[in-house]
Design a protein around this ligand. Structure first.
Ligand SMILES: C[S@@+](CC[C@H](N)C(=O)[O-])C[C@H]1O[C@@H](n2cnc3c(N)ncnc32)[C@H](O)[C@@H]1O
Length: 231
C-alpha cells in the first residue's frame, strides 16, 4: 500500500539519471575514474560472497558492478529507480552475454523488493539520494530483506564529523576533483554538497546500528566511506 506521505523515489535529485545523455556521460566518466572490476572483487571479498549466493544491488546505475559481481555468485538482482539506467545496464549485460543478472525497477523503499531474503546486499553512491529520515527507513528495509548473518556493503559520500572547518574541507575537495576530473565533475560535486543528501558519518553509523546492521569494517577514502555490516 502506498501512503500519501511516502517519499517519491522516482524524482531524481542532483543529476537526472532519467536523461540518456547524462547516463552515457556518467558511465564514460566512471570508466575513466574507477576500476569497477577491482571494486567488485573487493566487495565480493568484503561480503564473503559464495557461488550459491543471491545478491541484491540497490541503485545499480549502469550495472557495471552487478555484472562483475555476477561472475562470483548464482544471481544478482540489480534494481534502480531510473528506467533509463536500467535499459543501459541491460544492454551491457546482453552485449557481454551475462545471463544471471535480473534487472528490476525499484528503489530502497518502493517498487521492486525481493520476495525472499537475499544472502547479501550492495549499494554504492545511491543512498545519499534520500533525506535522512528516509535513509533510516531504507536501512530498516535492507535489514528485513537480508538473511540473518548476511552482509551489507554500503559505499557513499559521507561527511567526516571530525572535520574542524567544513568550508576549508569542501574548498580543498572541489579543487582536488577539478584537478583530477575536470570542471564539469567539480560543478557536479558542488551541486552534490549543496542539494543532495549526503550526511555525517555519526548519523549514518547510528542508523546502521539501529537497523540491526552491525558494523564489521569501515574504510574511508577522501569523502567516500565504505561500510561492511552484518545482520
Ligand atoms: C551516482 S549513481 C551510482 C550508480 C552505481 N551504483 C555506481 O556506483 O556507479 C546513483 C544511482 O542511484 C539511483 N537512485 C537514485 N535514487 C534511488 C533510490 N531511491 N533507490 C534506488 N536507486 C536510486 C540513480 O537512478 C542512479 O542510477
Amino acid at each position: 500500500m502506498t501512503h500519501p506521505w511516502q517519499y517519491d523515489e522516482s524524482v531524481q535529485i542532483g543529476t537526472d539519471y532519467r536523461d540518456e545523455n547524462e547516463v552515457r556521460e556518467y558511465d564514460e566518466r566512471m570508466q575513466c575514474l574507477r576500476d569497477v572490476a577491482k571494486e567488485a572483487a573487493g566487495i565480493a571479498e568484503a561480503i564473503a560472497i559464495e557461488p550459491g549466493f543471491t545478491v541484491w544491488e540497490i541503485g545499480t546505475g549502469t550495472g557495471e558492478c552487478a555484472l562483475h559481481l555476477s561472475r562470483t555468485c548464482k544471481k544478482v538482482i540489480a534494481s534502480d529507480v531510473s528506467p533509463v539506467m536500467l535499459a543501459y545496464a541491460r544492454r551491457k549485460a546482453e552485449e557481454r552475454g551475462v545471463e544471471n543478472v535480473e534487472f528490476a525497477l525499484g528503489g530502497f523503499l518502493s517498487g521492486f523488493q525481493p520476495e525472499t531474503q537475499v544472502d547479501a546486499i550492495v549499494s554504492q553512491l545511491a543512498l545519499h539520494h534520500l533525506p535522512d529520515f528516509w535513509k533510516a527507513r531504507a536501512l530498516d528495509n535492507i535489514a528485513q530483506k537480508l538473511r540473518k548473518g548476511g552482509r551489507f556493503y554500503l559505499r557513499d559520500v559521507v561527511f567526516p564529523s571530525q572535520t574542524p572547518d567544513f568550508d576549508a574541507y569542501f574548498e580543498a575537495l572541489i579543487a582536488g576533483i577539478r584537478k583530477q576530473g575536470g570542471d564539469d565533475f567539480a560543478e557536479k560535486t558542488i551541486r552534490h554538497i549543496k542539494s543532495e543528501f549526503s550526511t555525517l558519518d555519526w548519523i549514518l553509523e547510528g542508523m546502521l546500528n539501529r537497523a540491526g546492521l552491525r558494523l564489521l569494517r569501515k574504510d574511508c577514502s577522501g569523502f567516500l566511506m565504505a561500510y561492511v555490516c552484518e545482520r
